[in-house]
Design a protein around this ligand. Structure first.
Ligand code: C6P
Length: 424
């Protein structure tokens, strides 16, 4: 096995006896995959940007709109009761999926970006000040960098940025140095969207907690590819987006330990987040309503539950092992394409391979691949500080899901040969 791929079935507790996973058995669940693009079969390798949706999700959402649509928590009529039960049922499904202790620790938001902004802005409102420090890393997606930068700029607090090695791995030793009595929060991605690096989040949580510092984990790229147990990680906050977990866009989750969420002030005001309002005074609601002002994405939550139930119906250990095998195979195949250089090696990785090719711009690679029916992403992947650190403007990125097959990887490698023919 390629040394860069180290997660594996063993890391999901399945050990070497994990059953084989047949992607052909799930492809019919994702109708969008069975189409021609530019007259060629589609190899969808842009799953880190967003995953495709199984029929169960589409049907779950349309069932809601066709039969149960009403606003929640307000109505005294049957449809509103049904909608409320479905929305709160979705919260319980998320609680089960990430093993949160209580359903009220699950706050529905628009996505990872909103979840992180919520914590950052609530921290500003709860008295973040000059002299305080926020610890992030160079690996972060802009969604886990810009909100903290904004919080720092608004308050005079300082951003401390943990560096990485030349191979793209987090410098763990640096946490010991940057975590001090001034640190108010540590924010870190579970899996890098640009490189696929899996960070040792539980270890960093332990280091921070030894100093009484809370930790927020950006799980956008982890939830679909690793078993996530927030109690085992022991993080204080965990953020993710439904659309990267085979669910709809517009819905996401902020998990927070009840004590931590209780201690934060709300960041948006409006309906549902209050207990009582007079001209003189507003009393806020309890968790999680305190953080869910206004009518939420009810259908989105229902779609997210449908995605979770779909995943629970799969042999997930086998699916993860299949994804790991695909990644190993992709690394092996791409390394053999002349001119291709893989970016980011060393630490365990999952489901993402980033690469550059001679002097060819990644956008040109992406465009030619698209013509061959292979969908990838090219660009800075919303990680400009990381790209600067690596001395790159952009990379091409292929990212996998359990419905991908080895033939998708073969088509990617063959299409890269075509790129060399055209532009090399
Ligand atoms: N990354 C990608 O192609 P939203 O947009 O809120 O659903 O997720 C933001 C986000 C936050 N953190 C990480 C690690 C992410 O990967 C993303 C989204 C997509 O890599 C779109 S830039």
């Amino acid at each position: 096995m390629n040394p860069g791929v180290g997660l594996g079935a063993s890391s999901v507790g399945a050990g070497p006896r994990v059953r084989p996973f047949d992607p052909a058995s799930v492809v019919p669940d994702f109708p969008v995959l069975s189409q021609l693009v530019h007259g060629k079969p589609l190899s969808y390798l842009d799953n880190a940007a967003t995953t495709q949706k199984p029929l169960a999700v589409v049907e779950g959402i349309s069932h809601f709109y066709l039969h149960d649509n009403a606003n929640i928590h307000r109505g005294v009529h049957l449809l509103s009761e049904r909608a409320t039960a479905a929305y709160e049922g979705a919260r319980q499904a998320v609680q089960r999926f990430i093993n949160a202790r209580e359903a009220r620790e699950v706050v529905f938001v628009r996505g990872t970006t909103e979840a992180i902004n919520l914590v950052a802005q609530s921290l500003v409102r709860s008295g973040l000040k000059e002299g305080d420090e926020i610890v992030v890393s160079v690996l972060e997606h802009h969604s886990n960098f810009v909100p903290w930068k904004m919080a720092a700029e608004a308050t005079g607090a300082r951003l401390r940025v943990v560096p990485i090695t030349d191979a793209g791995d987090l410098r763990l030793d640096q946490y010991e140095r940057v975590l001090t009595s001034r640190t108010r929060i540590v924010a870190l991605g579970h899996v890098s969207n640009a490189l696929g690096t899996v960070n040792p989040v539980a270890e960093i949580v332990r280091l921070a907690h030894e100093r009484g510092i809370p930790v927020l984990i950006d799980g956008a790229q982890a939830v679909a590819h690793l078993p996530v147990d927030v109690q085992a990680i022991d993080c204080d906050f965990y953020a993710f987006s439904g659309h990267k977990l085979y669910g709809p866009t517009g819905i996401g989750v902020l998990y927070g330990k009840a004590g931590r969420l209780d201690a934060l002030p709300p960041w948006q005001g409006g309906g549902d987040m209050i207990r009582s309002v007079t001209l003189e005074r507003v009393d806020y609601n309890t968790l999680p309503a305190k953080f869910e002002a206004g009518t939420p994405d009810i259908a989105g939550a229902i779609g997210l539950e449908a995605a979770i139930r779909y995943l629970e119906g799969l042999d997930r250990a086998a699916a993860f092992a299949h994804e790991e095998e695909l990644l190993g195979y992709a690394i092996e195949r791409l390394e053999r394409v002349p001119g291709v250089r893989l970016v980011g090696r060393g630490a365990p990785r999952t489901s993402i391979v980033s690469f550059v090719m001679d002097e060819i711009h990644p956008h040109d690679i992406g465009t030619i691949l698209d013509g061959e029916g292979v969908a990838i992403r090219a660009g800075h992947h919303c990680c400009q500080p990381l790209m600067h650190r690596l001395g790159l403007g952009a990379t091409a990125r292929a990212s996998f899901a359990f419905y991908n097959r080895k033939e998708d990887v073969d088509r990617l490698a063959d299409a890269l040969d075509r790129v060399r023919e055209v532009l090399g």
